[in-house]
Design a binder for this molecule. Structure first.
Ligand SMILES: C[S@@+](CC[C@H](N)C(=O)[O-])C[C@H]1O[C@@H](n2cnc3c(N)ncnc32)[C@H](O)[C@@H]1O
Length: 237
């Protein structure tokens, strides 16, 4: 589940992610979803940066699941700015393990969420998702090979100007243990050299290796399909 301190990052989210993983997702995800027409469950929809694109790329009904109240507010605000999508996108406030749908979906999409799932939670999630998919249904998610990053000192990830202010995110990797690593994030707003606010979040994230993911997914009844680097695609057998 998202940490209570995550709200610190919400004002920064769209500022940085629109330049971060989202352009690659917009380029590489549509071919993976070619042929999807009926329904998509999006796990961890966040502020809806991917949600509206899913609705633009496909005619499918979309179930956008986002457990964080703050993120869901951003998501609903984005959907409100696209009134033509409101009939087709249902927003679910539960977490991924608790998802309950009236009928199985054709595809499940999970972008930039895996890092937040504790190993035991993730292991329990795959059978739940298998149960929510139509036979032969598609599961697509982002995955980064190579395991957790090495410890490294605080460095600026990105900064953006907003009027007279500069919004910056800095991060430090404190250490790792197996597939888990601990990182510290600083969220800073400054005007010139004057820091207006600076808040920090320290938390754990997870980067399971290929063998782990393959074992978990095949164990839950999935068969791997083709996907470009950075994504994994699986079909329910
Ligand atoms: C980095 S954001 C990604 C948002 C969006 N998919 C995107 O790419 O812009 C990760 C999201 O996953 C959500 N999340 C974390 N744990 C979750 C869980 N157990 N079930 C569903 N969503 C979860 C968080 O609340 C957050 O909105």
């Amino acid at each position: 589940m998202p940490a209570m301190t995550d709200f610190i990052s919400f004002p920064f989210y769209d500022l940085f992610h629109e330049n971060g993983h989202i352009p690659r997702v917009r380029e590489q995800l549509p071919p993976l979803l070619a042929g999807v027409r009926r329904s998509i469950l999006e796990i961890g929809a966040g502020s809806g940066l991917v949600t509206t694109s899913l609705a633009d790329w496909t005619p499918a009904e979309i179930f956008a699941l986002e457990p964080s109240d703050g993120m869901r507010a951003l998501l609903l605000s984005r959907l409100a700015s696209r009134p033509e999508l409101l009939e087709r996108v249902t927003v679910l406030s539960c977490d991924a393990l608790s998802v309950d749908l009236d009928e199985p979906v054709e595809a499940i999409v999970m972008i930039n969420v895996m890092y937040a799932l504790e190993p035991d939670y993730r292991r329990r999630l795959w059978p739940v998702l298998a149960d929510r998919l139509e036979p032969g249904g598609l599961l697509v998610f982002t995955w980064r090979a190579g395991g957790p990053p090495e410890p490294r000192p605080l460095q600026e990830l990105e900064s953006r100007r907003v009027g007279r202010h500069t919004y910056s995110v800095l991060s430090e990797v404190l250490g790792s243990d197996g597939e888990a690593f601990e990182a510290r994030y600083l969220y800073r707003i400054a005007e010139g050299d004057r820091v207006i606010s600076e808040e920090e979040i320290t938390g754990h994230a997870y980067r399971p290796g290929w063998d782990v993911i393959e074992g978990e997914l095949t164990g839950a009844g999935f068969v791997q399909a083709d996907a470009p680097e950075g994504f994994l695609a699986w079909r329910l057998a």
